[in-house]
Design a protein around this ligand. Structure first.
Ligand code: GDP
Ligand code: MG
Length: 392
């Protein structure tokens, strides 16, 4: 399952967002919701299910499908707060950083209203949120660079003396990040790195770390507390990075609770108040409605799609065993909806299903056109694919 880590300073609203993201299942009746651990929860990517094309109801092994919309589960981790100096062990130290290692992508949650100090305490004056973004993200890069450069001299001397490729040596050194030799080689080609590892310094380690966070573990920025942010901060933030998503975890959570209590009739920004409320609650709900209707605001229900599909470019692929009925070998229709990184090839998919299927790969079939596709063909979103393999 794809994992996304929520990182950020204390008090920016990570836990509030985590709750809003992982508990907004009220609209999905009877889903056996499981909190895996206190800080690990499930959220869903909503996507159109191909079942409508064959006119048969699918049988999802994971997640659900309601009225042709498939809810593909992903894991969200609420990572303990990150403060300046964390890469040197301050605050929670390396505990949160280990969670980053286990996440495919990172959502950096920050306070768009600027009312959190660098250490994560709530303050009354506003600080520039753009500066904050840089401080926290450089902390993560420093941590990664530090891991890469740890005991470098001994490592570099040994590696240079052997015939081993440098990218292979580095991939092994930072094996716990789950980054492949191929990925490191691609990154090393994007910029100049000395051929001999002995000639690398902390600067090279930092450049490589920066590339890793740009290309392999991308960081997507989410501006929380946008309900309390000034228009000038909102404009400054959108100019700084047009991919920033503006949200209010607190307003979303309040609306979810109101909906669960039948005080409002829907989670749409056009909800109606249907329950008994006092005038303070009436005003609060009006404010929430106004904020959620603002064109610059992203709704929590769309955030997973925005981050995973639009920003990270992941695709949803449906592997099946029969290219006509779109079933597996037990007669389940479209049982799996796999969320795969952009550029995943047909051969990668085969290995992802099972090593034996990857090793025995003969060809892949696009079940819509019934045509064979090459092993190096990158899969597209919503592809229904049959892998033909010798072991089958
Ligand atoms: N105005 C506003 N306050 C929020 C929002 N999200 C969280 N808060 C408040 O910020 C404080 C810290 O929230 P919390 O989720 O515990 O932050 P964490 O330390 O990052 O997990 C709490 O008082 C929340 O009520 C938001 O979207 N808007
Ligand atoms: Mg928290």
């Amino acid at each position: 399952m794809v994992r996304i880590g929520l990182i950020g300073k204390p008090n920016v609203g990570k836990s509030t967002l985590f709750s809003a993201l992982t508990k907004n299942m009220v609209e999905i009746a009877n889903y056996p919701f499981t909190t895996l651990k206190p800080n690990v929860g499930m959220a869903f990517l909503k996507t159109k299910c191909p079942e409508t094309e064959i006119g048969k109801k699918c049988n999802p092994r994971e997640g659900v499908c309601i009225e042709g919309i498939r809810y593909v589960p992903i894991e969200i981790i609420d990572v303990p707060g990150l403060i300046p100096g964390a890469s040197e062990g301050k605050g929670m130290g390396n505990a949160f950083l280990d969670n980053i290692r286990d996440s495919e992508a990172i959502i950096h949650v920050f306070d768009a209203s600027g009312k959190t100090s660098p250490e994560g305490t709530l303050i009354s004056e506003s600080r520039d949120p753009v500066e904050d973004i840089a401080t926290i993200e450089s902390e993560i890069t420093k941590w990664m660079a530090d891991r890469i450069f740890r005991d470098w001299e001994k490592f570099a001397r040994k590696s240079d003396a052997s015939a081993e490729r440098p990218e292979r040596a580095i991939a092994k050194k930072v094996a716990s990040f789950g980054i492949s030799e191929k990925q490191i080689a691609i990154l090393m080609n994007k910029d100049f790195f000395p051929g001999k590892l002995m000639n690398w310094g902390p600067e090279e380690a930092e450049r490589l770390a920066t590339l890793i966070f740009r290309e392999i573990k991308p960081i997507v920025r989410v501006a929380n507390k946008s309900d309390a942010a000034s228009q000038s901060f909102i404009s400054e933030l959108s100019r700084f990075d047009k991919r920033i998503q503006f949200i209010s975890g607190e307003f979303e959570l309040t609306l979810e609770k109101a909906f669960a209590a039948k005080v409002v009739d829907s989670l749409d920004s056009g909800f109606n108040v249907t329950g008994k409320v006092n005038s303070a609650q009436q005003n609060a709900l009006a404010m929430i409605r106004r904020f959620l209707s603002e064109p610059y605001v992203t709704r929590i229900s769309d955030i997973v799609f925005k981050v995973v599909r639009e920003i990270l470019g992941y695709v949803v692929v449906y592997p099946v065993v029969d290219e006509s009925s779109w079933e597996d070998n037990k007669g389940n229709i479209l049982p799996d909806a796999l969320l795969l990184p952009a550029g995943t090839t047909a051969l990668d998919l085969a290995f992802r299903i099972h090593t034996d299927i990857g090793e025995g790969f003969i060809r892949a079939i696009d079940c819509r056109t019934k045509r064979a596709i090459g092993k190096d063909h990158a899969l597209n979103d919503s592809d229904v694919i049959r892998i033909v393999s010798r072991t089958k």
